[in-house]
Design a protein around this ligand. Structure first.
Ligand code: ZN
Length: 150
């Protein structure tokens, strides 16, 4: 028994603290009404990385009401959305390997879930960042700001 307890303890001490900090994970939902559940996301600067979990509580398929979660500089959103239209669903309506895209999830339909993890070091202080859905015609309604907090 004591050997097992010691083993568990030594494993626990190897875990990085960040893996236990729940606030480094952000969740949001999307719907059949072409909306995200929030228009503002907060990410703590103390998180080395943040995981965004996107759900879709609607019923429609990803070919008609697909949603993804994309983050970029505010100034880059329009160009990414425009280029994403011709990229098509197979490329999640995003231009392949576009350096303006900081992170993104795949396009999901009703009842699905997707997530992405990215390093917060990619976000610069003083820059405006947005998140949006790149499905054609969605970014006008499905967008929000993402802010770093101390
Ligand atoms: Zn969408």
């Amino acid at each position: 028994m004591s050997r097992i307890a010691a083993f568990v303890l030594s494993c626990a001490s190897l875990l990085p603290l960040s893996s236990m900090a729940a606030d480094c994970t952000v969740t949001l939902d999307s719907t059949d009404r072409m909306s995200f559940s929030t228009t503002e996301l907060m990410v703590s600067r103390s998180c080395p990385s943040v995981t965004v979990v996107l759900s879709h509580s609607g019923k429609l398929g990803k070919n008609v009401m697909g949603h993804n979660w994309v983050i970029s500089k505010a100034a880059d959103m329009g160009g990414i959305v425009q280029a994403g239209i011709s990229a098509g669903l197979d490329h999640n309506y995003l231009p392949p390997d576009d350096p303006r895209v900081i992170a993104y999830t795949r396009i999901i339909g009703g009842g699905e879930q997707a997530q992405v993890t990215f390093n917060t070091s990619l976000l610069q202080s003083g820059e405006d960042y947005v998140f949006f859905c790149s499905f054609p015609g969605h970014a006008g309604m499905m967008k929000g700001s993402i802010k770093l907090t101390d």
